[in-house]
Design a binder for this molecule. Structure first.
Ligand code: ADP
Ligand code: 5GP
Length: 207
């Protein structure tokens, strides 16, 4: 059964686990994708660009977009607002693309509630908490205070791994990327319930 409708791949995991690195690595190997660019009220980091990494907006603009029901989901993470805009996601799904989200555990919850039958989810983490700390320190994008906050948050996030379809321990980047390629390809093949029902019906009717 070949389906042309799109699918969703949710990636979650502690900040610093390597989600962005992995996405960059597999991007050209998994067919047509749309990487959802979230909107956030957090400050832009050095090396980030507006419209590429995030849509950076003020709290007022974010509040207005909530009011206008522009988000598929939104959440407060580490004290800042983050949200996924619905419009581009709908368009990409219609075009049959694999839509990739880098969102937190709350966002995953919301997406599962609304679109579970086309969603595959992966939790990505480091082998240990200590390794996460090392990577955040090496990345040098956050202050000590922000890093401490992210580590505390990480301890809570890993408690929710069982809510995900897959777990990737990002120890060796190449190995983790190879696993993610397989999951992304399988995610694209996930069939919505409606299509399964249609298939069963015509399968029975056809001679
Ligand atoms: P996230 O997007 O999850 O916040 P990043 O992709 O920014 O994480 O990775 C955090 C830091 O860890 C970066 O400096 C990145 O180069 C490094 N990193 C990612 N994967 C690995 C790995 N497997 N081994 C060592 N360092 C890694
Ligand atoms: P960072 O500030 O490191 O870019 O992201 C912090 C956290 O926010 C990460 O766990 C990331 O997955 C999450 N995040 C990014 N965009 C969104 C979003 O649109 N919705 C939700 N719920 N979480 C997001």
């Amino acid at each position: 059964m070949n389906t042309k409708s799109g699918a969703i791949l949710v990636l979650s995991g502690p900040s610093g686990a390597g989600k962005s690195s992995l996405i960059r690595k597999i991007m050209d190997d998994i067919g047509p994708i749309y990487f959802s660019i979230s909107t956030t009220t957090r400050a832009m980091r050095e090396g980030e660009a507006d419209g590429r990494d995030y849509h950076f907006v003020t709290k007022e603009v974010f509040a207005q977009e909530i009011e206008e029901e522009m988000f598929l989901e939104y959440a407060v993470v580490h004290g800042n607002y983050y949200g996924t805009s619905l419009g581009p996601v709908k368009k990409a799904l219609k075009e049959g693309k694999l839509v990739i989200f880098d969102i937190d555990v709350q966002g995953h919850d919301a997406v599962q509630n609304r679109l579970s039958d086309i969603t595959t989810s992966v939790f990505i983490t480091t082998p240990t908490l200590q390794e996460l700390k090392t990577r955040l320190l090496n990345r040098s994008t956050d202050s000590d205070e922000v890093i401490a906050k992210r580590l505390e948050m990480a301890k809570r996030e890993v408690q929710r791994i069982s809510e995900y379809d897959f777990l990737i321990v990002n120890d060796d980047l190449d190995e983790a990327a190879a696993v993610l390629v397989n999951i992304a390809k399988a995610a694209r093949m996930k069939i919505p319930t409606l299509q399964i029902n249609e298939f069963v019906q015509t399968w029975e009717e056809k001679a």
